[in-house]
Design a protein around this ligand. Structure first.
Ligand SMILES: NC(=O)c1ccc[n+]([C@@H]2O[C@H](COP(=O)([O-])OP(=O)(O)OC[C@H]3O[C@@H](n4cnc5c(N)ncnc54)[C@H](O)[C@@H]3O)[C@@H](O)[C@H]2O)c1
Length: 265
């Protein structure tokens, strides 16, 4: 699949891009011909080494440390990307997230705030700062907010995560409305249970939970990072040129259940 014509030359910016899903998304965009700027919490040398080791970026990858909860720092990050590539990113992927696996009453206020800060406010800051620059240049673009099926249904042990991801859905719509006149399309990509990243690390420690997760997915499969990256490419292609303010839900039918199974106990 090709990147949309109006995005060429394409430059993608991905927050949390050194995570499992982020690296797969960076790879697919680079192979489609985009330059890829990755931001994550790692230090400069360590992050650059992880990006290099991931391979498949066709020499088009660039790493710069980023904390999405820091609005001023996010501006500095976009400055560095613009200086490195000589242009403003026209594909913004707000992907950074953290998760706390606990019932609501067991969470501390600090844990709650951290999750809202990274998963919701961080996505807002990343998209806002990037969109301001893109609009200033008068160029079209795509913004993809990485949500989750958990934004659709309350999950017993992911309260702050579910609330943040539900907020992200409305953030997608608000941004889409505001940026439509500028030709910047904004959509949410919402995966279900993934056999990697945040949930993959939980499944590694608890194989019984993985088995229960698998049973809970109506199509009986967990999602791969490549499967998510392919959907991102679709959202950045001409095939999705009439789509904005939407959620691309890739959850194997999880959200069709009346309520999620209690997989995290
Ligand atoms: N893995 C899953 O099952 C799953 C399911 C649905 C949605 N998602 C979503 O996919 C996205 C990627 O998750 P993943 O599974 O690859 O997890 P991951 O932990 O592998 O990657 C997340 C990355 O975000 C980074 N990060 C955390 N806080 C940050 C901050 N303040 N600033 C910048 N970077 C920060 C982490 O260092 C990490 O590299 C997330 O938005 C997540 O909610 C994941």
């Amino acid at each position: 699949m090709e990147l949309a014509k109006d995005l060429k030359p394409a430059l993608a910016a991905i927050s949390g891009g050194l995570g499992d899903i982020g690296l797969a998304m960076a790879g697919v965009l680079a192979r489609a011909g985009a330059g890829v700027a990755v931001g994550d919490l790692h230090g400069q040398a360590e992050g650059a080494a992880i990006l290099q080791a991931a391979g498949g970026l066709e020499g088009q990858g660039y790493f710069q440390p980023l904390d999405v909860t820091d609005g001023a720092g996010t501006g500095v990050w976009f400055d560095a990307v613009e200086t490195h590539f000589g242009r403003v990113p026209n594909i913004l992927v707000a992907n950074a997230a953290v998760v706390t696996l606990k019932p609501l009453l067991s969470m501390t206020a600090e844990e709650w705030s951290r999750e809202i800060q990274v998963n919701l406010t961080g996505a807002y800051l990343f998209a806002k700062v990037g969109a301001e620059r893109l609009r200033r240049e008068g160029r079209p673009g795509r913004i993809v907010l990485v949500g989750s099926w958990a934004g659709h249904a309350p999950h017993p042990d992911l309260p702050a995560y579910s609330v943040a991801k539900a907020g992200l859905r409305m953030l997608t719509k608000c941004l889409a409305l505001e940026l439509a006149p500028a030709g910047i399309l904004v959509n949410e990509l919402a995966p279900g249970y993934v056999d990697a990243g945040l949930s993959g690390r939980i499944y590694e420690k608890d194989s019984a939970m993985k088995a229960r997760a698998l049973e809970g997915v109506p199509i009986g499969k967990l999602l791969s990072v490549e499967g998510i990256a392919a959907q991102l490419l679709y959202l950045c292609s001409d095939l999705a040129s009439h789509m904005t303010g939407s959620t691309l839900l890739v959850d194997g039918g999880l959200s069709l259940l009346q309520g999620p199974q209690r997989v995290h106990e």
